[in-house]
Design a protein around this ligand. Sequence first.
Ligand SMILES: NC(=O)c1ccc[n+]([C@@H]2O[C@H](COP(=O)([O-])OP(=O)(O)OC[C@H]3O[C@@H](n4cnc5c(N)ncnc54)[C@H](O)[C@@H]3O)[C@@H](O)[C@H]2O)c1
Ligand SMILES: [Fe+2]
Length: 401
Amino acid sequence: MRETWTFHSAGQIIFGCNAALQLGEVAKQLNAKRVFVITDSILVKARLVDRIRGPLAESGAALDVFDGGEAEPSLRAAEACISRGRRFQPDAVLGLGGGSNMDLAKITATVLAHGGAPKDYVGEFKIPGPIRPLICLPTTAGTGSEVSAASVFTDTDNQIKVGILSNYLRPRVAVVDPLLTVSCPPKVTADSGIDALTHAIEAYTAVDNADFPIPPGEKTLYQGRHPLADALATRAISLIGANLRRAVKNGNDLEAREGMALAAMLAGLAFSNVGVAAVHALEYPVGGATHCSHGAGNGLLLPFVMRFNLPARRAEFAAIARLLGEDVTGLDDQAAAERAIHAVEQLRADIGIPLRLRDLGVRQEQVRLYAEKAITIKRIMRVNPRPVTVENLEGILNAAF
Ligand SMILES: NC(=O)c1ccc[n+]([C@@H]2O[C@H](COP(=O)([O-])OP(=O)(O)OC[C@H]3O[C@@H](n4cnc5c(N)ncnc54)[C@H](O)[C@@H]3O)[C@@H](O)[C@H]2O)c1
Ligand SMILES: [Fe+2]
């Protein structure tokens, strides 16, 4: 079978140090007279909200700032933001923050346009049309939500992360200003950075587009691996290899911050078209139950899933080893591929990602339940390069325990 794929992105991407100064122009271009800014109290204290007030004021737009965002937001937390938005009646929504606030902005722009409640949109293709014009400014280098089609929440009733997927969720404008990430503390830099690495590795080693197993009559946003996404993902991997340790060690290293902001966005473009795979499927129940950050959960699980997938993706893993700076001269494919796992383990240890599930408070008897929850997330599981059974997932989790 031959491949057929499409590629989606944010409507416009503005990238670079001081890109946030262009926000006034962006608001004018969207004809936005009332901008609803969605952020959190930590970013108010870090004076990031102040940084966007001036440029937005130039456009003459009225602002309302919701600063009640929280890390790994629950569906319930989204309701508070939405009711504030209903009162303000914005003509544009702006998400300022990490993935958590940007995802909150996405669901708010959705509900303001189409009504209902956040839970009505959980799943794929549930959003019936364009949402309120959305501008996203990432303040972490990680999720790629500024360009992605996803919005992720914690379902506190069922202790699992849930996703809303729709190309309508891609922001109209992504303003990626690496200077906004400088105040990220080392743990946030590390966790979000390894999430970006997970996106890039899962996209680059995903099932091929030509073999993508979509049952007849089913539609899905993820399409499997294709050459455009490979180009983006491989560049992201090498940028992360060169810059993540530096950014964690010295938050003021602007070159490293710029490299990571670019990497996270490129990885976001790759995974949001190709898909993410078993690492993300397993992180959904682990993160939902332990409340670890999404990045920490992914970083912990990544080498264990890579070890499982290696037989299906030897050449790609060998390439990843090289992209992460490993010397693989003289090694055969198997040995070179193993160097990729080694490089990820080393990076994980160097930046302080937890190494074992038990470090997150997981108990061994919970492992089977997590595997059973993860296997049901079909839209993600089918992206994995090696077909996976619930026993396989249990094996991966036991290895990570
Ligand atoms: N939509 C997507 O495509 C997508 C992809 C991957 C992950 N996610 C989701 O995104 C969330 C994680 O996002 P994240 O990793 O960006 O972290 P985050 O948004 O949860 O932020 C983590 C903490 O860092 C703080 N912070 C953020 N930027 C800062 C800065 N510049 N200075 C100081 N503090 C700062 C925040 O206030 C927060 O307390 C999870 O809910 C995850 O499931 C979404
Ligand atoms: Fe992720």
